[in-house]
Design a protein around this ligand. Structure first.
Ligand SMILES: C[S@@+](CC[C@H](N)C(=O)[O-])C[C@H]1O[C@@H](n2cnc3c(N)ncnc32)[C@H](O)[C@@H]1O
Length: 208
C-alpha cells in the first residue's frame, strides 16, 4: 500500500493507523471473491491499487469528507469502502441493489471490523435518509443525471461529488446552477487531454 500512503501524505489526507492493513485486507477479499462474484472484472493487484483505490481517493482530495458519506451504486464498495477505511471515524451508507454485491459488502465490513457502516440492499429510489456531508458514486449514472439524483441527499453544507471527465466541466456547471449548486473544487485523476478523469465537488453557494 506504499502508493496509497504516498498519495495520501502528499495531499495532507489521513494516513497511518490501521489504514494500510485494512486496505490490504480489502484488496485480498476483492481478488478472492472476484472470480465467483464478478465484482470488478479481470484485474490484478496493482490495477486495483491504481485504478480503484487511488481513483477513489481523488474524491477526498476534491472535497475531504467531514460527516456522513453516501455512496450510491457502490458495487463491491467503490469508492465508499476505500473512503471509509481512510476516514474510519465517519459513518457511511452504501447503496447496492444486487444481492451478491451487498453480501460481499457485509463480509468486508465484518472482516475488517468497520463500524458505522449501513448497507442498503435496494435502489437509491427507495432510500429515504437525507443530510449527508458527501454524496458520491462511481460509474453509476451519466454525470448530469448523477447531479440530479444526488442533490436531494446532501445536507445544507454538504457536497455532491461527481467523477467525470475534463470535457464535462461546462455542462456540469450549467446543470449545477439549475440545481442551486456551485463547483467548489476539482481534482485531476488519470488520463490526459479532454478525456482526463476529473472529480468535481459541488456545494450550495454561500455556506460558511
Ligand atoms: C457499473 S457498477 C459500478 C460499481 C462501483 N461503483 C464501481 O465503480 O466499481 C454500477 C452499480 O450500480 C448499481 N445500481 C444500478 N441501479 C441502481 C439504483 N437504482 N440504485 C443504486 N444502485 C444501482 C448496480 O447494481 C451496480 O453495482
Amino acid at each position: 500500500m506504499e502508493d496509497v500512503e504516498r498519495f495520501l501524505s502528499e495531499r495532507g489526507l489521513p494516513t497511518g493507523g490501521a489504514r494500510s492493513a485494512r486496505l490490504e485486507h480489502y484488496l485480498e477479499l476483492l481478488l478472492q471473491f472476484n472470480e465467483a462474484m464478478n465484482l470488478i472484472g479481470p484485474m490484478g493487484r496493482q490495477e486495483v491499487i491504481d485504478e480503484l483505490f487511488i481513483d477513489s481517493l481523488v474524491a477526498a482530495e476534491a472535497r475531504p469528507p467531514a460527516g456522513p458519506i453516501l455512496d450510491v451504486g457502490t458495487g463491491a464498495g467503490l469508492p465508499g469502502l476505500v473512503l471509509k477505511i481512510v476516514y474510519e471515524e465517519l459513518p457511511i451508507t452504501l447503496v447496492e441493489p444486487r444481492r451478491k454485491r451487498a453480501t460481499f459488502l457485509k463480509i468486508v465490513t465484518h472482516r475488517l471490523g468497520l463500524s458505522h457502516v449501513t448497507i442498503h440492499n435496494e435502489r437509491i429510489e427507495d432510500v429515504h435518509e437525507r443530510d449527508f456531508d458527501v454524496v458520491i458514486s462511481k460509474a453509476f449514472q451519466p454525470p448530469l443525471q448523477w447531479l440530479e439524483t444526488a442533490r436531494p441527499f446532501i445536507a445544507s453544507q454538504g457536497a455532491v461529488i461527481c467523477m467525470a471527465r475534463k470535457h464535462d466541466r461546462n455542462e456540469l456547471e450549467a446543470k449545477a446552477d439549475e440545481l442551486g449548486l456551485t463547483l467548489v473544487r476539482s481534482a485531476a485523476g488519470a488520463g490526459e487531454g479532454p478525456e482526463q478523469r476529473v472529480t468535481y465537488a459541488f456545494e450550495v453557494p454561500g455556506q460558511p
